[in-house]
Write a protein that binds this ligand. Structure first.
Ligand SMILES: C[S@@+](CC[C@H](N)C(=O)[O-])C[C@H]1O[C@@H](n2cnc3c(N)ncnc32)[C@H](O)[C@@H]1O
Length: 396
């Protein structure tokens, strides 16, 4: 049921959209702004997530044109900002904007009107899972992009979204339960994602791979496989965007990429091999395949630079350029943290540039990673990496 609008509104501009949000002064206490206290959720810090998603959707939807009706589902719509931006900036033809809250639906309606897209928006008030199962029965044409952006963990919504996704459709999921995925609450990670994780120097990538691994296993339940297009870690969220393919063969192929990983405490390294000076603790299972598609990341990079109205265009471009260089090396590798390795070896840290240059001179591939300013990705095995860091340490 739609409810009344929040009493006091403010307007923000994001991308090409003007969006009414509840007055942010209603969500400040002790000098702190907390988006969850707003009558309808809107987090300005997530603009980079939305800018990235809109640029990516614009690339993917233009590739899907002709094969797919360009309908998107914004399953946790809040103010409707994502769905509206997919229409205004990414070439989507129709958007279903859903939220369990009636106030959110009322605001999404108003925002659709404000942006002149009411005729292409269907606002629904429903539990996202109930809606997705209903759409699966009702929808004659498949939905091209399903965006899952709940509070905290997307896990409770992944069965329905992966079940709904047709062959070649895209599922995008945001996780903000980083403490869980990064291993600070191992039991919760086991319950939510059926994954064994603990805090490690590569926790950020473990978080992304734990979520992808869970998605691959859930997709397999429906005889479907996944292929990551983009995976991003940021300080506030993990965002993964995968293409879904139908077929038992596709399911088996993506399940074969879900593997245990090993945390070698003595060397401060997490890898898909138990190569370790001492005991390696098994974690996972994690997605071990590529984290994304480098061509798509390059296109996002160019598009973000060419799009003048993006609030966080430069930030999006910087992330996308790092992704484009690290994705080709991401199949079967986990980034190495120089700080983590140096601290385990009781050495001081060499510079990242020195380590990368040395590995390249030895014939390995090595690149910076978006996961950490002191991390890098290489195809060199763990012991070689540990040796290089020990050798280049300024303590020597
Ligand atoms: C993180 S906010 C979404 C923010 C929005 N996508 C954006 O980019 O601004 C999560 C939203 O999910 C809604 N929500 C919570 N549980 C839900 C459920 N079971 N089904 C649908 N929506 C739900 C909340 O009311 C809230 O508006």
């Amino acid at each position: 049921m739609r409810k009344p609008l929040p009493r006091r509104l403010a307007v923000v501009r994001e991308g090409k959209a003007l969006i009414y949000i509840p007055d942010p002064r209603g969500a400040v206490a002790g000098g702190r702004f907390e988006p969850a206290w707003l009558e309808v959720f809107y987090n300005p810090l997530m603009e980079v997530n939305r800018d990235f998603s809109v640029m990516l959707a614009s690339i993917l939807l233009s590739e899907m044109k002709g094969r797919y009706g360009l309908r998107v589902l914004d399953a946790h719509g809040g103010t409707g900002v994502r769905g509206i931006r997919y229409l205004l900036e990414a070439g989507a033809e129709e958007a279903i904007i859903n939220d369990i809250s009636g106030e959110a639906a009322a605001l999404a309606h108003l925002n659709a009107r404000l942006n002149g897209v009411s005729d292409r928006v269907r606002v629904t008030v429903a539990d996202a899972n109930a809606l997705m199962y209903r759409l699966k029965r009702e929808t004659p044409t498949p939905i091209a992009l399903i965006d899952v952006d709940p509070y905290g963990s997307p896990a409770p919504f992944l069965h329905a979204s992966l079940d709904l996704a047709g062959h070649g459709a895209v599922v995008a999921a945001t996780a903000t339960d980083l403490a869980v995925l990064e291993g600070s609450r191992p039991w919760k990670a086991w319950r939510r994602y059926m994954v064994k994780v603990e805090r490690t120097p590569a926790a950020r990538e473990v978080a992304v791979r734990a979520l992808l691994g869970f998605m691959a296993r859930v997709a397999a339940v429906f005889d479907k496989g996944i292929e990551p297009i983009i995976s991003i870690y940021s300080r506030h969220f993990v965002r993964v965007i995968v293409r879904v393919y139908r077929g038992a063969g596709r399911a088996d192929k993506s399940l074969a990429r879900v593997k245990p990983a090993y945390y070698c405490k003595n060397m401060g390294i997490v890898a898909f091999t138990p190569d370790c000076e001492g005991e390696a603790v098994e974690i996972g299972p994690l997605w071990a395949g590529a984290l994304g598609d480098a061509d798509v990341a390059s296109k996002v990079w160019s598009l973000a630079l060419e799009t003048p109205y993006l609030g966080s265009g430069r930030h999006v471009a910087r992330i996308a350029s790092l992704l484009a260089s690290e994705y080709p090396l991401s199949d079967g590798t986990i980034y190495y943290s120089i700080a983590g390795i140096a601290s385990s070896l009781k050495k001081s840290m060499p510079s990242r540039k020195a380590v990368i240059d040395e590995l390249k001179s030895m014939g390995y591939r090595a690149v910076e990673t978006h996961f950490s300013p002191e991390g890098f990705r290489t195809d060199a095995p763990p012991r070689v990496v540990a040796d290089v860091i020990a050798r280049l340490s300024p303590t020597n």
